[in-house]
Design a protein around this ligand. Structure first.
Ligand SMILES: [Zn+2]
Length: 344
């Protein structure tokens, strides 16, 4: 089959790889129908050291089940399924606590002999614990929104939960990428009264406003902090969703949190330490977040997508074939595209 392989920064190729097949009785073989390029794929795209073996890419996909192992009971050949961005057994102590990203028997796509999602097929380990069957056909018009349940919508939701968003709260979302925009959707869905989006790309902040943002702050750094304080009577936001992961965006997020507030960090951090430790101690600010356990939220978010109450699929602004994936990386990296959907 054909799949996306990254060999180093800027080196993305679509090439022939071994066809996957069932290995374990808990596996499912899934023929991918839709996949996506993630903002987090851009970190290796910019920084990965060259390797001769390459790394299989992609962790967001929807596909048709082609075959299942003897122990798989919740799906059958022909079912359409969506995956969260990591696979997990659904039964260990962490999965039962809703933290599937720490599954004792789980793992990541594209690693340890498991296929990546940006390819024609994937052997999914722990299929019962991982995949969710979708009650629609593979070409349903809701495909883009359903695909966001793999990662960005679930991650935005987790950012909002980690930042303790609730009715009446003032929320600030740092970052106008796909996750930040989904964070706006999640904050509104959870009843936030005011949602401030911090971002500099006019088209993206306009979409954020359609998703429910009430204010746009396009300044950066100290000026952004000042602006948010102006908008919040000098108090800051109850809930801050950090959806970037850079040092500057993290500092901004921590500075605009009001005393007693909470920051949900879902941008993959590019720094080892958390800045402003003393300031946040004296502000009694809670810091939460991490890789979102998307699997814990798919069933909860699914009815809202199916019934059209949320439209996170609008974050996709480009569709690519598998062969066009390398150019999709380039386009996202150059901010020419917000998020690329791969139609297989
Ligand atoms: Zn588990």
């Amino acid at each position: 089959m054909r799949a996306t392989v990254m060999y180093g920064a800027g080196e993305v190729r679509v090439e022939t790889v071994p066809d996957p097949g069932l290995l374990e009785p808990t596996d499912a073989l899934v023929r991918v129908t839709r996949s996506a390029i993630c903002g987090s794929d851009l970190w290796p795209y910019n920084q990965m050291e060259h390797t001769d073996t390459g790394r299989r890419m992609g962790h967001e996909f929807i596909g048709l089940v082609e075959d299942v192992g003897a122990e798989v009971s919740t799906m059958k050949a022909g079912d359409l399924v969506v995956t969260p961005f990591v696979w997990s057994d659904g039964t260990c102590v962490f999965c039962r606590e809703g933290l599937h990203t720490s599954c004792l028997h789980g793992g990541r796509y594209g690693m340890d002999g498991v296929d990546g999602g940006q390819g024609e097929a994937v052997r999914v380990p722990q299929a019962d614990g991982t995949l969710v069957v979708l009650p629609v056909g593979p070409d349903d018009e809701l495909m883009p929104s359903l695909l966001t349940l793999s990662d960005v919508m679930a991650t935005g939701h987790y950012a909002a939960l980690s930042a303790k968003v609730g009715p009446g709260k003032t929320v600030a979302v740092v970052g106008d990428g796909a996750v930040g925009l989904c964070g706006v959707i999640a904050a509104r869905r959870l009843g936030a009264e005011r949602i401030i989006i911090l971002g500099r790309h006019a088209g993206r902040t306009a979409l954020a406003e359609e998703f429910g943002a009430t204010d746009v702050v396009s300044e950066r750094g100290d000026e952004a902090v000042e602006r948010v304080h102006e908008l919040t009577d000098g108090l800051g936001a109850h809930s801050v969703l950090e959806c970037v992961g850079l040092e500057q965006s993290t500092i901004t997020a921590l500075e605009i949190a009001r005393p007693g507030g909470a920051v949900g960090r879902v941008g993959v951090p590019q720094e080892d330490s958390i800045p402003l430790g003393v300031q946040i101690f004296f502000k009694n600010v809670t810091i939460g977040g991490g890789p979102a356990p998307a699997r814990a939220y798919i069933e909860e978010l699914l009815p809202d997508v199916l019934e059209g109450r949320i439209e996170p699929g609008r974050v996709f602004d480009r569709v690519a074939s598998l062969d066009e994936v390398p150019d999709g990386y380039r386009a996202m990296n150059e901010r020419e595209a917000l998020k690329v959907l791969i139609d297989l």
